[in-house]
Write a protein that binds this ligand. Structure first.
Ligand SMILES: C[S@@+](CC[C@H](N)C(=O)[O-])C[C@H]1O[C@@H](n2cnc3c(N)ncnc32)[C@H](O)[C@@H]1O
Ligand SMILES: [Zn+2]
Length: 377
């Protein structure tokens, strides 16, 4: 009986191995010539390819890309994104949900909102997966395949955290030249990423091009101002708004210096000085002293969140900010349907929509007063 069972297990594993290889090749294509890849596996472990290479089947050239540590590698990180490799390898588990905190789930539900029913058995791609906090969530919500694309060594940290998930893949690639077949995925999203790139709207359009005609897209970007002005103005509100504007100015002032510092100095600052500011921030009145130093500090989150987000705010080279109507226009120009503007927490502009749908909805009526659109081609 025992031997029958062990034979059965062996066959199942072999079958699974074939399945994983096929899936891998199913959605990848050469980022240079768009051809199919053939796979040369050197080392396999638990049904996944640990090391090897992908060679494209182009007639004129062969483009070869390495697979290292289970991750196909298509690029090295560009300078503007370098800080993120360091950030997510130092704070690899900080923002992953655990028994005490489900911040990622709360953010997902308020910014994107796709639930188990939506994601069950679907193929999903994330642009800029970082340490994998949202890949964690979609893979647990029943995704058939959850692919995290990131240009930095953040993929190594994420791979380590989710190496036991059979529906998760990470690839190290540039979202401006993704090695992904067009119209393949059912869902595509990007949270907290596009505003850190040189051309956020182009990255958005590239993401839409990877989704099939029944696909859904979701993005969440920095909001231009965190201050929520109530409907009725008053001197008190204007004063609070002024203080808020000064705070925004303070952040940009510090960033002039901190973005130019070696990233290792910034990491040391975040690891050893920010904890002091984090606890100072809990003391009434004295807490305002922390504003004289670069810091993003939380009163209700653990100290490593303050360390990680101070690095994120001050070491990251590019940061754009948007209003809801800016992103609504991106969706309009890409002909996205059933656009939902989510009521996410202040600081985030979050929209989702369908690549196309049977219901004919003409959202153009909502932008009667919009500025003339530039051609998107
Ligand atoms: C602020 S992190 C957000 C990570 C994750 N989405 C989260 O919310 O935790 C931004 C991520 O985008 C990645 N990124 C920036 N530019 C990219 C590009 N051109 N291609 C792929 N990933 C990029 C960075 O490496 C980084 O991991
Ligand atoms: Zn090629």
């Amino acid at each position: 009986m025992n031997s029958i069972l062990s034979n059965y297990k062996f066959d199942f594993e072999k079958f699974f191995l074939i399945l994983m290889k096929k899936e891998f090749l199913d959605f990848l294509c050469c980022p240079i010539c768009n051809s199919q890849f053939s796979l040369h596996a050197l080392d396999e472990s638990n049904g996944k390819i640990k090391t090897g290479s992908l060679a494209c089947k182009s007639k004129k050239h062969t483009h070869i890309f390495k697979i290292e540590n289970f991750i196909p590698r298509f690029v090295r990180s560009p300078k503007y994104a370098d800080s993120f490799g360091l950030q997510w390898n130092k704070f690899d588990k900080t923002q992953l949900d655990n028994k005490l905190f489900n911040e990622s789930e709360l953010r997902w539900d308020s910014e994107i909102g796709w639930n188990k029913e939506d994601l069950n058995n679907k193929t999903i791609i994330e642009f800029g997966s970082g340490a994998g906090r949202f890949i964690d969530l979609v893979s647990k919500r029943g995704a058939d395949l959850a692919v995290g694309v990131d240009v930095t060594s953040a993929v190594d940290a994420a791979q380590e955290s989710f190496k036991d998930r059979d529906n998760v893949f990470f690839i190290q690639a540039d979202i401006f030249n993704p090695p992904i077949k067009r119209n393949y995925f059912d869902f595509g999203y990007s949270i907290g990423v596009l505003h850190h790139t040189p051309d956020p709207e182009l990255a958005f359009r590239i993401l839409t091009s990877l989704l099939n005609h029944k696909g859904q897209i979701g993005v969440s970007l920095y909001e231009i101002a965190l201050f929520e002005r109530p409907n009725r103005n008053s001197l008190k509100q204007s004063t609070i708004e002024l203080l808020w504007a000064i705070n925004l100015w303070r952040v940009e002032f510090f960033r002039v210096f901190t973005t130019r510092l070696p990233k290792k100095i910034m990491i040391i600052y975040c690891l050893y000085f920010v904890p002091f500011l984090h606890y100072l921030n809990k003391i009434p009145f004295l807490r305002y002293l922390r504003y004289f130093s670069p810091s993003t500090c939380y009163r209700k989150m653990p100290v490593d969140w303050s360390m990680c987000d101070t690095f994120d705010t001050y070491a990251t080279e590019i940061a754009h900010m948007y209003r809801h109507k800016d992103i609504f226009l991106w969706f309009m120009k890409s002909n996205i349907q059933k656009i939902i503007v989510h009521n996410s927490i202040p600081g985030w502009v979050s929209l989702t929509g369908f690549i196309s749908c049977s219901e004919e909805i003409n959202y153009k009526r909502y932008i009667v007063n919009a500025p003339k659109l530039k051609s998107i081609n």
